[in-house]
Design a protein. Structure first.
Length: 367
């Protein structure tokens, strides 16, 4: 049984892991805390970027750097230590070599290449325990786990609306419904995502840039435009060189005007059966093929409706401004729901205040 001190250390490790969001993809976020036999912290670390040292090695190095002897200590880590030599050596062996006596981890590693670390540790006589705060740690690693287990990206749908659910006024004006604090938070979500997706309606109404601003260290997400008829103009801001852009079009779309734009790739997809636009599942498969583990779906209402109808939304993040419009487009279009019994029910996982606004984060309840 894990101790209360180990549970506290795991909470700390989960918080450390989250610092890697946005820079470790396609690898997981991982945090690690090394404790002495009395439960005092000796060193901590997290995985900072794909290809860099794993969290366990960072924590061992931090402990050594502070002059601590970790022999007989406990490593508390959010993911089962790896067992493979990939871009770095196996962490299970590094922990054994360091003389760690006990390893407590949260989530078993489902990656077939890396799995087996717990067995290696146990075989070397290290007391090994898995499953501590597994749900919390898995939630923090949702993008990577979805990609490894389901071979598709994790999708978060973000919208901004008034308290009565309108995302623009009746005349189409929408700047700025939410506060500067909320808009800065959206840039954090963009920076944490591998791809940002919008539909052609948003593209033509807003001419969005979709790049991350105000975060100099951020990795720019892939900008994805779902543009069935390839109506995007060559001068659109989303096609500039600030980041790469993928334009998803129908198989018969004319894309000659997009040729020769160096940072733009065109992908041809089948149309959705019985709905507007392109097939969402095929779009997500195309993104998975390009190494995208997490998608921030930014609108508009038609595309969000298609994603929800396809069962392809894993998290909803709503920014609600304390304002009323009474008319104008709603945040969500038709999602194929005709009667109250079909309503998509959500579990609220977080409520936060951002300036004057509310941010509500929720997860669909499996039917
Ligand atoms: C990480 N960071 O802190 C831990 C990982 O690409 P590689 O060779 O670095 O190996 C990545 C795999 O290693 C990853 O998919 C996961 O299964 C395991 N553990 N990976 O990137 C870490 N602990
Ligand atoms: Zn490792």
């Amino acid at each position: 049984m894990a101790t209360a001190t180990e549970a506290d250390a795991m909470r700390r490790a989960i918080a450390l892991a989250a610092r890697g969001l946005g820079s470790t993809s396609p690898n997981p976020v991982v945090g690690c805390v090394v404790l002495d036999p009395q439960g005092r912290p000796l060193g901590e670390g997290w995985h900072r970027r794909a290809g860099g040292p794993h969290a366990e090695v960072e924590a061992l190095r931090a402990a050594a750097g502070a002059g601590h002897d970790v022999r007989g200590g406990t490593a508390v880590v959010t993911l089962e230590p790896c067992n493979h030599t990939g871009r770095t050596g196996p962490c299970a062996q590094a922990l054994i070599d360091a003389g760690i006596a006990r390893v407590v981890y949260a989530v078993a590693d489902p990656n077939p290449v890396a799995t087996g670390g717990a067995a290696t540790l146990a075989a070397a006589g290290v007391d090994t325990e898995g499953g501590l705060l597994a749900d919390e740690a898995a939630a923090g690693n949702a993008a990577w786990l979805t990609s490894v287990l389901h071979h598709r990206p994790f999708v978060a749908w973000k919208y901004a609306a008034t308290l009565d659910g309108r995302s623009a006024a009746a005349d189409g004006t929408s700047r700025w419904i939410t506060s500067a604090e909320s808009r800065a938070d959206v840039h954090r979500l963009r920076a944490e995502a591998d791809a940002v997706v919008v539909g052609s309606g948003t593209l033509h109404a807003d001419d969005p840039h979709l790049a991350v601003r105000g975060r100099p260290d951020a990795t720019q997400p892939l900008r994805v435009v779902v543009d069935t008829r390839a109506g995007v103009k060559p001068g659109a801001r989303v096609l500039d060189e600030a980041a790469r852009t993928l334009v998803a079009v129908a198989e018969d779309a004319d894309t000659r005007h997009l040729a020769g734009l160096g940072t733009v790739e065109v992908v041809r997809l089948p149309r959705a059966a019985g709905g507007p636009g392109l097939d969402v599942t095929t779009l997500l498969a195309a993104l998975h093929e390009r190494g995208v583990c997490s998608v921030l779906l930014e609108g508009g209402p038609t595309l969000a409706g298609s994603f929800l109808a396809a069962g392809a939304v894993d998290r909803v993040v709503g920014y609600l401004a304390p304002a009323l419009l009474g008319a104008g487009p709603t945040a969500l279009g038709d999602a194929g729901i005709g009667t109250i019994a079909q309503a998509l029910r959500l579990d609220v996982t977080d409520v936060a205040r951002l300036g004057p606004d509310l941010r509500i984060t929720a997860t669909p309840i499996a039917p």
